[in-house]
Design a protein around this ligand. Structure first.
Ligand SMILES: NC(=O)c1ccc[n+]([C@@H]2O[C@H](COP(=O)([O-])OP(=O)(O)OC[C@H]3O[C@@H](n4cnc5c(N)ncnc54)[C@H](OP(=O)(O)O)[C@@H]3O)[C@@H](O)[C@H]2O)c1
Length: 331
């Protein structure tokens, strides 16, 4: 940058007088502070507990955070079942993890956009598995610019992120109750703070701001977990929910062009790696520190408060009842 030599005062360059330079400096400082903050606050799972003899199901584990979680749990000797809709991608991910860890990864077909697929998957697990120690509801999508409906007639993001995991968890509950100290983990997002879910209007027919649907579903993840934890008291099964952080994965690939470029830049500079993003899921799956804790929202391996709406138990119960009706669990 060229410094105006006329603006020297007592030999000190008065750079701060240049508004453009000042703005650039400020932006740089903000970026450095944000980067430092994001680095210093990354939570790490410090537990070294083995998962030998334990069965873990991870939905959407052929990519991103789910794949890293699968890899880390395989390293700890868990029987890892990855539940994926794309068997080709699942097989590639499994082969990669197997080559790195020397542990077998089990693949099962699960498409959250089809409630029948969820039921088939659950039946297969109940029939074939002796136990389910950990269920990680990891799979999730961000909405398309246009409203998309699933074969079941629900808005796609709502079904993938909330309704299908709700059904899946409920269908596996008996199996999990039979397994001592089993854990249910669901991935939410800090974007739940923008969620405004209305259990009487879950059809999202007015699809004006797609990211609103995402925020709503991420709020639903927390409400679901809190109500589930309440219902599971005394059963030995715990339920917790987490925000993984802003993580460099393919989740934003739904968006193209400039928006995709901006999001990728932001996530590249300030985001976590998928392995860092998997730490809270991992902590909740394995750590002894989490024993007996249920119904909490976690960030960076620590309990966090969540939004006021995410602590509204009347809303949680209403959403639960409505979700039961929509999935056919309650007539
Ligand atoms: N990345 C972030 O910054 C961030 C921030 C906050 C919360 N989260 C949450 O973290 C979770 C994992 O996200 P990620 O970043 O790892 O995303 P990702 O890399 O896009 O992975 C998402 C996974 O979900 C699977 N999936 C999508 N739709 C599915 C369906 N209908 N049935 C079965 N599986 C399906 C995907 O499978 P395909 O490969 O077949 O599409 C993929 O394996 C999500 O719940 C997300 O909301 C992420």
């Amino acid at each position: 940058m060229a410094v105006d030599t006329k603006r020297f005062d007592d030999g000190v360059p008065s750079l701060w007088l240049e508004p453009l330079a000042l703005a650039a400096l400020l932006a740089l400082v903000v970026c450095v502070v944000c980067k430092l903050y994001s680095r210093l606050t990354v939570g790490v799972c410090t537990s070294t507990k083995s998962m030998k003899g334990k069965t873990v199901i991870i939905t959407g584990a052929n990519a991103g955070i789910g794949k890293e979680t699968a890899r880390e749990l395989a390293k700890r000797d868990a029987r890892v079942i990855i539940a994926c809709r794309n068997l080709q991608k699942a097989s590639e991910a499994a082969k990669q993890i197997e080559a790195e860890t020397g542990k077998q990864i089990f693949i099962r077909k699960l498409d959250l956009c089809s409630l029948k697929s969820v039921k088939d998957f659950a039946e297969e697990i109940i029939r074939e598995e002796e136990r389910v120690d950990v269920l990680i509801n990891n799979a999730g999508i961000v909405p398309f610019p246009e409203r998309v409906e699933t074969v079941d007639g629900f808005e796609q993001t709502f079904q993938t992120n909330h309704l299908a995991p709700f059904l899946l968890t409920n269908l596996l509950l008996n199996k999990m109750k039979e397994t001592p100290s089993s854990r249910i983990i669901t991935l939410s997002s800090s974007l739940h703070h923008f969620g405004r879910i209305d259990p009487d209007h879950l059809d999202y027919s007015a699809y004006k701001v797609p990211m609103q649907v995402y925020s709503d579903t991420k709020l639903a993840n927390i409400l679901f977990t809190r109500e589930l934890a309440r219902r599971l008291r005394g059963t030995g099964v715990t339920a917790n929910v987490c925000h993984p952080g802003a993580v460099q994965t393919d989740i934003n690939s739904t968006y193209v062009g400039f928006l995709n470029f901006c999001l990728n830049c932001l996530f590249f500079f300030f985001g976590k790696t998928p392995l860092e993003g998997a730490q809270t899921s991992l902590h909740l799956s394995v750590s002894e520190e989490v024993d007996g804790i249920s119904g909490e929202y976690w960030k960076d391996c620590r309990v966090a408060k969540g939004s006021a709406a995410s602590r509204d138990m009347k809303l949680a119960t209403k959403l639960w009842n409505q979700s039961e009706k929509l999935t056919g669990l309650a007539i």
